[in-house]
Design a protein. Structure first.
Length: 258
């Protein structure tokens, strides 16, 4: 079975031109079929502040009213996505930009109001891999931003980590899927102040113990939940760490498996 690498990059790579260029150089050199998913929340927040739009966050998640949705659509699907695609083309990696609405690839439902109304935020319901498979067969690399749709004409702000996880799950029948979350840290750490304290391997059995011991907390919790969900749904492995892990097996990073 062929390997498919699904790689998500976070805002700290996107925000730094040199770091992004370095990452895209390495990404373009990956020969196996691949997909790229990107966030862009920091740039969206900066532009919101410049435009005088109030930024509302609850537990690290953005409240998305209509004005905010308009802004992030321009930032995510426009500026960031097309900049990444253009840079990949310059590195002889034929790429095409996607939101979940394009090709009806990712359908979501608007998050129901429980204690908080998150506005136009989507929870993924269905991934359609057919068009993406055609592109991969022709050596074209899809590049996804963090927007989906509800099949009723509404775009929805959707967590990029979740999009990456659901795409990996969607392809798990056709490929040995490997999911990589690239960000500025070496991986999941026992001590957040010690970069060398990386937990090399987490399994579905050891995960709960790390939560109980308060080693996995705060913003890392939803990321790890996506990781565990992916491996439980037949994604071969999930890796978290700096982009170096993509081409250096000796790098310090965390691997999540069953």
């Amino acid at each position: 079975m062929k390997t498919l690498k699904i790689i998500k990059i976070g805002g700290n790579i996107i925000d730094n031109d040199a770091a992004l260029a370095s990452f895209l150089e390495a990404f373009a050199a990956i020969e196996s079929p691949k997909l790229l998913i990107h966030g862009g929340g920091k740039l969206a927040t900066q532009l919101a502040n410049q435009l005088g739009l109030e930024v509302k966050m609850i537990d690290g998640r953005r409240i998305t009213d209509q004005a905010t949705l308009d802004l992030i659509t321009m930032v995510y699907a426009g500026k960031i996505n097309k900049n990444i695609v253009a840079q990949l083309q310059s590195k002889n990696c034929n790429a095409i930009g996607f939101s979940g609405a394009d090709g009806n690839t990712i359908r979501s439902k608007k998050r129901p109001v429980k204690t908080t109304d998150f506005g136009f935020v989507g929870d993924v319901e269905k991934v359609n891999t057919k068009i993406l498979q055609v592109l991969l067969d022709h050596k074209v690399t899809p590049v996804f931003c963090a927007l989906t749709h509800d099949k009723k004409g509404q775009l929805l702000n959707t967590n990029a980590d979740t999009i990456a996880s659901e795409l990996a799950i969607g392809f798990a029948d056709q490929y040995q899927t490997e999911l990589y979350y690239c960000f500025e840290k070496n991986g999941v750490m026992r001590d957040i102040t010690d970069e060398s304290s990386v937990i090399k391997e987490i399994t579905t059995q050891t995960y709960q113990g790390l939560i109980d011991d308060k080693i996995i907390v705060d913003g890392m919790l939803p990321k790890l939940n996506n990781c565990i969900h992916a491996v439980e749904k037949n994604v071969h492995k999930v890796c978290i760490g700096k982009p170096e892990m993509l081409f250096d097996a000796t790098a310090n990073f965390t691997t999540i498996t069953k």
